[in-house]
Design a protein around this ligand. Structure first.
Ligand code: HEM
Length: 550
């Protein structure tokens, strides 16, 4: 008996070793840390390090623009190098095999599909959502039905809803956080918190027609953010060992998961979503021309709506909040940049080109320096750093790694290194590590110069993903940024409390920022900043494209 068990054990071990060796050699021609070829522990350590963005970037710089990070898994920071070569660039449009890898994998007719990695984005044991479907057909079907809801046309209250929440945000700062040292009133505001409150209230208003009330209470009324922080270890582990998401189906685990009947945390938000969805059905159904209404018109069931609106909240709040807080941080800690932005905005107000009390989205898109500041914020801190891994089709694919063609076998997952991509000196210049909005302004009318800026524009929009997987909320996010950045800085002076360590940070696919404390004072009308007039307001603003084209 013991002998039989031993034989079985040895056979299984041999099988495991043969598989491990085969998997190792299938990708051994790609560079990478040697441990990553044998075990996912290297990836777990990297994802759990709190600085996955920087570590992945080191890997791509050391081992090549596409390198190995786990058995059967690569990561790419390959940018549109082909863009600088006109002939190759034309070919890339005609034949997707020439396009840089991230675009090639996400393109509409690409044979690449979503990888198993996406299953980690499931928020419910039995129910998938638009971000977690690995099945291409199911994903395409739900995306087709949801895209119109995100488009400007069907969302008639969108801009007014954002304006309303922005006014509340500004009011909260002015009523509660303005310091008045001359009256011995010393206060600080934690930007990491209030920016999250703003985007959470925007998204709930836009999604359901009702806010959660973060700004009203100046706190996390459901304990949602605190609950998300508790879930971070699970987010890290599931992101590596995706198959573990199946344990959510076990009765004991299922019972411990957030439920819509919970009084606090993610469950409470689920309950809020369920209640708002329920209000749209039945004899006394509430009617409002908004996202929820557009989804209902496209036939989403009550169950689908509950799950998709919850996804909207997780996908749309933290990403935009981090873009907002980081852009505010970089501008307010760089006086020449702040001055130039204020000069542009004040000139616009004087000339009647900027509505008061809140700038309109269309007006903001015409301000070249504001657009440059926003794009530079998205570039220097791309809000999504998760792998978003796509899968090589059966039969495999040739991958260009810095000019050398390498074969990736079918079912290899290829993750995305957004940080490495957005910090690429070939595309963004030798000072790519520095926040410098001026890089986005066209210096002269030469073809070379327009090519330089076009290449940067093409690359920064990838922060929102691309093609059939691209972000549906891009229009909402850019509208929030277009308004909130300039309106906050026009009203308030922000001074970081600790320039040596302005905030704490953990990067886990998104950013967990804490202790981002600023002293806020009212910007008086006699304030000297912004007196430098901006030359050349005829520059093409090159605003970030919204999602309205979808
Ligand atoms: C600066 C803010 C934002 C950034 C950088 C961003 C980025 C992204 C990225 C990288 C993806 C995934 C791409 C892929 O899978 O390859 C995505 C998907 C998505 N985003 Fe955003 N996002 C932002 C804001 C928003 C907002 C405000 C909403 C909701 C109003 C939203 C809704 C979605 C949805 C629904 C998807 C899934 C699309 C699909 O699976 O087809 N996002 N976003």
């Amino acid at each position: 008996m013991l002998g039989a068990i031993l034989d079985l054990g040895l056979a299984l071990l041999a099988l495991y070793l043969v598989r491990a060796i085969r998997t190792y050699y299938s990708l051994s021609h790609f560079g990478g840390h040697w441990v990553a070829g044998w075990s996912r522990l290297w990836l777990l350590r990297t994802q759990g390090s709190g600085e996955m963005n920087r570590r992945f970037t080191e890997v791509n710089r050391k081992y090549g623009s596409t390198a190995r990070i786990a058995p059967g898994m690569l990561i790419t920071s390959d940018v549109c190098q082909s863009f600088s070569l006109p002939i190759k660039s034309i070919l890339s449009l005609l034949q997707s095999d020439f396009a840089e890898l991230f675009r090639r994998m996400s393109a509409v007719r690409s044979p690449f599909t979503r990888g198993r990695w996406y299953a980690a984005l499931k928020l419910h044991p039995d129910r998938d959502n638009i971000t977690s479907y690995v099945d291409e057909h199911k994903h395409a079907a739900i995306r087709t039905r949801m895209a119109p809801g995100y488009a400007g046309k069907e969302n008639v209250h969108l801009e007014a809803d954002i304006d309303e929440q922005l006014l509340k945000f500004l009011d909260l700062i002015s009523s509660k956080y303005v310091a008045q040292p001359e009256r011995d009133i010393f206060r600080t505001v934690d930007l990491s918190q209030v920016t999250s409150y703003f985007t959470l209230d925007v998204i709930s208003k836009v999604a359901f027609g009702q806010t959660f009330g973060f700004l009203d209470h100046d706190q996390d009324p459901f304990g949602y953010l605190a609950n998300l922080a508790q879930m971070l270890p699970a987010v890290i582990v599931f992101g590596v060992y995706t198959e573990l998401t199946n344990i959510m189906k076990l009765p004991a685990v299922k019972a411990a998961l957030p439920k819509s009947s919970d009084k606090r945390g993610l469950g409470r938000v689920m309950g809020f979503a369920r209640d708002r969805v329920q209000e749209r059905f039945g004899p006394k159904a509430i009617r409002r021309q908004d996202m929820l209404d557009a989804f209902i018109k496209r036939g989403l069931t009550q169950e689908e709506l509950e799950s998709e609106t919850l996804t909207q909240i997780t996908a749309g709040s933290d990403s935009t909040a981090s873009a907002l807080r980081m852009t505010l941080h970089f501008i307010s800690t760089s006086p020449p940049i702040l001055d130039r932005l204020l000069a542009e905005a004040r000139a616009g107000i004087e000339q009647g080109k900027i509505s008061r009390p809140i700038i309109q989205d269309a007006e903001a898109r015409q301000l070249p320096y504001l657009q440059a500041c926003i794009k530079e914020g998205l570039r220097i801190y791309p809000p999504v750093t998760g792998l978003m891994a796509k899968m090589v089709p059966e039969g495999g694919a040739m991958i260009d790694v810095d000019g050398v063609e390498k074969f990736a076998p079918g079912r290899t997952q290829i993750g995305w290194n957004s940080w490495g991509m957005m910090h690429d000196p070939v595309v963004f210049g030798a000072d790519a590590e520095i926040y410098r909005p001026e890089r986005w302004l066209v210096r002269d009318e030469s073809e070379k110069e327009s090519g330089r800026v076009a290449r940067m524009n093409e690359t920064v929009t990838l922060c929102f993903g691309y093609g059939r997987f691209g972000c549906l909320g891009r229009g909402v996010a850019t509208m929030e940024l277009n308004k909130a950045v300039v309106e906050t800085l026009l009203r308030f002076n922000l001074q970081s409390c600790n320039l040596a360590k302005p905030f704490d940070e953990k990067v886990v696919g998104f950013y967990v920022h804490t202790d981002m404390n600023f002293v806020v004072t009212e910007r008086s009308s006699g304030d000297q900043s912004g007196l430098v007039r901006l030359e050349g307001d005829k520059v093409d603003a090159g605003a970030l494209a919204g999602a309205y084209e979808e």
